[in-house]
Design a protein around this ligand. Sequence first.
Ligand SMILES: N[C@@H]1[C@@H](O)[C@H](O)[C@@H](COP(=O)(O)O)O[C@@H]1O
Length: 352
Amino acid sequence: MNLIQQALQQTPTQLVQLMAGSQELFARVVQRPLQQIILTGSGTSYHSGVQMQELMRQKSGIKVQTAYPFLLTDAYLQGLDAQTLFIGISQGGSSLSTFEAMQRAQQAGCTIATMAGQPQAYLDQLADEVLTVDLGEETAGAKTKGYYATKLNLLLLAEYLGVANHHLTKVQFEQDLQALHQVLQQFDHAYERSQQWVRAHQLDFAKTHDLRIVGPANSYGDTLESALKLLETWRIPVTGYEFNEFIHGIYNAIDAQSTIFFIDDGSEPRLAKMLEVLGKWTSQLYVVDLSQQMTEHHFGYDVQVLPAFTTFIEPLVFQLMAALVPESKGIDPSHPKDPQFHTELSSKKFNR
Ligand SMILES: N[C@@H]1[C@@H](O)[C@H](O)[C@@H](COP(=O)(O)O)O[C@@H]1O
């Protein structure tokens, strides 16, 4: 079993532990009079913010936005004050572009928080609120469990803020926690099924030339993250798009060598038409959803979860594709191609 599989198998138990410790973690920050939250980070950390921002707005009742560190310039941050909670997300805890954006936000007067993958992270030195996603270090280069854990931490922060703001009732909060437990109880089943389906197609997937992942708006973060995971481990061109954006020009580059995965949450009535039209150019078209289907081109997780919480299952089949298919390509997916890359590029204080 490689490091990505190990991390995925630890995920449900560790997320339950995270939920158990959450009240204490957020006890202080929820007492602050906050008007908005800005989330920033790179790669997987950025994707966790993109995926959770809408649900965080709904649960907390306050504005939430996510931006890459490079977009958060002095002019962008001008006029903000301590009522803005600026959260630097970093699994390894030392991405320097995130650190520098946090410094700019601190200068502007924001309240600074961190969500790193372990305590005493480099970024924490700037933090007024240290909101560690405490899972211990994830040793695989391509992070999976940390992605789920960060998403859960963001959601729980929003839930506790919602209760503190009287935007959520205690009953709604308890129902959400219960629903999250129900999702996590189905994680192992979804894992086994994903593994079975990926194993059955592993040799075909290993021949993939180029890959697109297309998802609905509500799954945009998961779409980007799934694309990044496959790009990091299969080491071929992969891009991810929201369904409407995929319509705008991307199809021009689809040909017989292209593979496309569609994430279907039932919200897109044009999916069947899209498959019909693209089918003229390529036969490697796949659909992923929550149904009981398991055929060559259609994978369903066979789970029943609240639509808001599907994100705690949705990327799994792609993460298992990232874990398993590289074996057939002679690639070790547990380790990055160049472990010194971040040192060479001065992009992280510590190489993890
Ligand atoms: N390949 C990894 C990504 O998977 C990761 O998401 C990103 C951000 O890292 P961190 O979350 O530690 O700031 O760094 C690296 O480039």
